[in-house]
Design a protein around this ligand. Structure first.
Ligand code: GPU
Length: 833
């Protein structure tokens, strides 16, 4: 065995493993080598897709070098590591990002050009890695970019879904869903680790073993599924560091359980095996909504168990170092992205107590010092809770541990507030209904040393509402705010190359890509006429790019000189796309009633929507239908000239967002106050010089603080008024704003197709008591839209606003967010390669 590492062998290895250079010629050689050998093609049959594959493989080779070096150095240095557990990573495309982060874009661009290809065409071949629903998954992706760029020793852990978020098609105005079989062709952005396989167990039973005066538990029997690791390298920008996201894929065990079948039922046995593969087949397509499917719980445990076992490899190193167990949290920090990975808390306690034989309290101290938990919503329908009977079946030992943890926790609560049964019941990890439920957020809070919200208002609200009792019990210090951020590399440099170029030229450096606060200096150019002209020209060319895209996919022409008014995000009642389209109808009717003279004062507008509805979310799907019905009436109405167009862009995803975001003049972030935890696309639009029209909610508030009153359009009731307004709706009739009433009457008269189709939607405002307060905000919404229109008429002032938006977005870099997590929660320090 050891002869492999004889000095002369080592020397040979080192001699042969010279890292490939990154200049044009070596790239071209490696491109052609990949065409010939990896793809088994020749010069005569290389299409754009093969060219993409070959380029991707050439980049991959260089990523792997960096990946290896980073992992080696991080292991050597033995600093505290952070593990980011997220059931979603919405990465989008990788090639352009890797080229830019590695600084290869120019050399490789030249390289492919000489070989007869256009880099743009090559980039367009890649399918998105869409292993997430929306904001939560995209946040995880931005955070990985920042962790890599800031050189933190960090790993992500997730699930390698065979099917990502469904593809959306619009048929007769309705959403249709199609499977996203993204692994159809080979995926160059993952490294299969066929040797890293973890057994994960479900079911079985628990034996209680008494040894003298100690009792231990042994979890036996049940079925086993195997988790195989796939590593996704994440390169930092402008550094050699390249971190890892390890995604787990389920597969059956190689061997049949011989006892379970006889020769006559061979096909049955194969089917049993195939069930194992199904475990990680599909991403659940719900955003901000819990659907209690047993398979989802299995996914969660499968992923968490495999990840903790994998970290245990590190832990074994830790044990060898003879350090005290109490030092474990000095080596490892685990961040829980929402409650989805909460079982990790229980799993670690199980390992420490049942397998490492630590005392319960000692183990629990280690566990709670290791974990921290991020909450992403206050919506009650999104709170995860699992039926105790289901959990007992699947995870018999874990449910025991949960009940024990709850018992000890409630004993402390009882001491804190003696006799207060209600307080106890409210705090309990177990909901005492029939059947009982495990409240995952409660478990996550009890098992973590820090809990954070994702924007100032949201962090305040969780302390005052859903987690109020916990604040009373633990004191306020356990609860923090970490306002979300976005990576300026993807969301400005990559999505908006022209603006990035203009900024770098104006500032005289590219350092702003690593320190976004440096954008502030752009303020000095706001009165420079030539600079403003160029700024406007960039926006215009981005609008042309989007108009081209709309023509390509929808065969509709839009005027790039019109005001582009955008709302793209998951379709959800609380996000109020319904209010937007009602406002569009109002605007449309308004134009129709105008004299030709008055029409000349109207700013031409293209209202752009995009977003997926959860397949089971009936009302959200009706909103899509209404938008498309309005679009088909408005877009062919020649009486209104070109003053209004309504566009629903199908299949909104990360790479479509990269085209839409830089092209917006105004974007809408109009959730009912107090419902949108943060929002992150608001940050992307403003960073790209798009103004926003928003409610006093989530991160809108902090964006407002940074960019000032003059550069944002805010409207609507405040979070603290919502409860009273809802109360009034419940006990009095909803009083309709007269404009809203007129719009509803118009829909009911059949102006946008058969009225009965939309009745359930309109009923949310009436019988449904208008829970999201559209009637209360509609008036101020229309007023704000008027202000937008007036402001847009002044091109010079609008350009100034746009520049000041970008200039003041420094705070919203995910680098800032990650540094805050590292400093106040994780206690990790950078290790640069
Ligand atoms: N978010 Br919970 C999701 O995208 N999906 C979810 O299931 C839950 C939260 C979002 C919030 O809605 C959004 O406001 C926030 O910016 C984002 O998480 C990241 O924190």
């Amino acid at each position: 065995e050891l002869s492999k590492w004889r000095p002369e062998v080592v020397e040979l290895w080192e001699k042969c493993s010279v890292p490939e250079a990154i200049d044009k010629e070596t790239f071209q050689k490696s491109f052609i080598r990949h065409v010939n050998t990896t793809l088994a093609r020749s010069i005569y049959n290389v299409d754009n897709f093969s060219a993409y594959q070959a380029t991707a493989h050439a980049v991959r080779d260089r990523l792997i070098q960096r990946w290896n070096e980073t992992q080696q150095i991080h292991t050597e240095r033995d600093q505290k590591r952070v593990y980011y557990l997220s059931l979603e990573f919405l990465l989008g495309r990788s090639l352009d990002n890797a080229l830019l982060n590695l600084g290869l874009k120019d050399a490789f661009g030249e390289g492919v050009k000489e070989l007869g290809f256009k880099m743009e065409d090559i980039l367009g071949q890649e399918v998105d890695a869409a292993l997430g629903n929306g904001g939560l998954g995209r946040l995880a992706a931005c955070y990985m970019d920042s962790l890599a760029t800031l050189c933190y020793p960090a790993w992500g852990y997730g699930v390698r879904y065979t099917y990502g978020i469904f593809q959306q098609k619009i048929v007769d105005g309705y959403q249709d869903e199609f499977p996203d079989y993204w692994l159809n062709f080979d995926n160059p952005w993952e490294l299969p680790r066929v040797d890293i396989v973890v057994d994960v167990k479900f079911g079985g039973h628990v034996n209680k073993i008494t040894e003298g005066d100690t009792v231990r538990h042994e979890w036996v029997g049940g079925e086993t599924v195997q988790a195989v690791a796939y590593d996704v390298p994440i390169p930092g920008y402008g550094v050699k560091n390249c971190i890892n996201i390890r995604l787990w894929s389920s597969k059956p065990r190689r061997k049949f359980d011989l006892g379970k079948f006889n020769a006559g039922e061979y096909d049955q046995a194969v089917q049993e095996q195939m069930k194992a593969e199904f475990l990680t087949a599909v991403l659940y397509p719900n955003d901000n909504h819990m659907v209690g499917k047993e398979l989802r719980l299995k996914q969660q445990y499968f992923w968490v168990a495999a990840s903790l076992y994998d970290m245990w490899v590190e832990v074994r190193r830790f044990k060898k170092s003879q350090r005290d167990w109490n030092e474990f949290p000095d080596q490892v920090a685990i961040q829980l992205n929402d409650t989805h990975p909460t079982l990790a808390i229980v799993e670690l306690q199980r390992i420490l107590v049942d397998e490492e034989r630590l005392g319960w309290d000692e183990a629990w101290e280690i566990v709670t010092n290791t974990f921290a938990f991020t909450n992403h919503t206050v919506l009650p329908e999104a709170m995860e809770k699992w039926p105790v009977p289901t959990m007992s079946q699947l995870l018999p030992r874990h449910i025991q541990i949960i009940f024990d943890l709850n018992l000890f926790f409630l004993q402390k609560v009882e001491k804190f507030a003696p006799g207060d049964r209600d307080f106890l019941a409210r705090l309990s990890i177990i909901e005492e209904s029939t059947p009982q439920y495990v409240r995952m957020a409660h478990l996550a809070i009890v098992g973590s040393h820090r809990v954070n919200g994702v924007a100032k208002l949201h962090s305040k609200l969780i302390k005052e509402t859903i987690f109020k009792d916990f604040v009373r019990f633990y004191g306020p210090d356990k609860f923090e705010n970490k306002t979300n951020g976005i990576t300026p590399r993807r969301w400005l440099h990559q999505a908006n190359p022209k603006l990035s170029e203009l900024i770098s030229e104006t500032l005289g450096h590219k350092d702003w890509l690593k320190d976004l606060s440096l954008l502030k200096k752009l303020e000095e150019s706001v009165n420079d006429k030539e600079f403003r002209r160029r700024w406007i020209a960039v926006k215009h060319s981005n609008k042309v790019r989007l108009a081209d895209y709309i023509r390509d996919v929808m065969d509709i022409d839009v005027n790039p000189n019109a005001l582009f008014d955008v709302q793209v995000k998951r379709i959800h009642e609380y996000k109020r796309q319904f209010m937007n389209i009602l406002g569009v109808i109002h605007h449309y009717n308004n134009i129709k009633s105008m004299s030709p003279e008055k029409m000349r004062n109207v700013v031409p507008r293209v209202v752009i929507f995009g977003g997926k509805a959860a397949p089971g979310y009936y009302i959200a799907k009706l909103v899509i239908k209404l938008i498309n019905s309005v679009a088909s009436v408005v877009n062919k109405d020649t009486n209104i000239q070109d003053l209004l167009k309504v566009i629903f862009i199908p299949d909104y995803n990360v790479s479509v967002a990269e085209i839409i975001v830089p092209a917006s003049d105004i974007s809408q972030h109009i959730s009912t106050a107090g419902t949108e935890a943060s929002g992150t696309s608001n940050m992307k639009f403003v960073l790209n010089g798009g103004l926003i029209l928003g409610t006093v909610d989530g991160a809108n508030i902090e964006i407002h603080e940074e960019i000032g009153d003059d550069n944002i359009f805010m409207f609507g009731h405040l979070a603290e008024q919502v409860e009273d307004l809802r109360y009034a709706h419940r006990y009095r009739d909803v009083t309709m704003d007269p404009h809203l009433n007129a719009v509803i009457k118009d829909i009911e008269s059949g102006s946008f197709g058969e009225a009965r189709i939309f009745a359930p939607l309109i009923n949310t405002l009436t019988f449904g008591k208008d829970y999201y307060l559209i009637s209360d905000d509609f008036g101020s919404y229309l007023d704000a839209q008027k202000l937008v229109e007036e402001a847009y008429k002044n091109e010079k002032d609008w350009a100034k606003k746009s520049i000041l938006c970008t200039a003041n977005m420094g705070k919203f870099s995910s680098d800032r967010a990650i540094k805050e997590y590292a400093e106040s929660i994780w206690g990790t320090v950078p290790v640069e390669v």
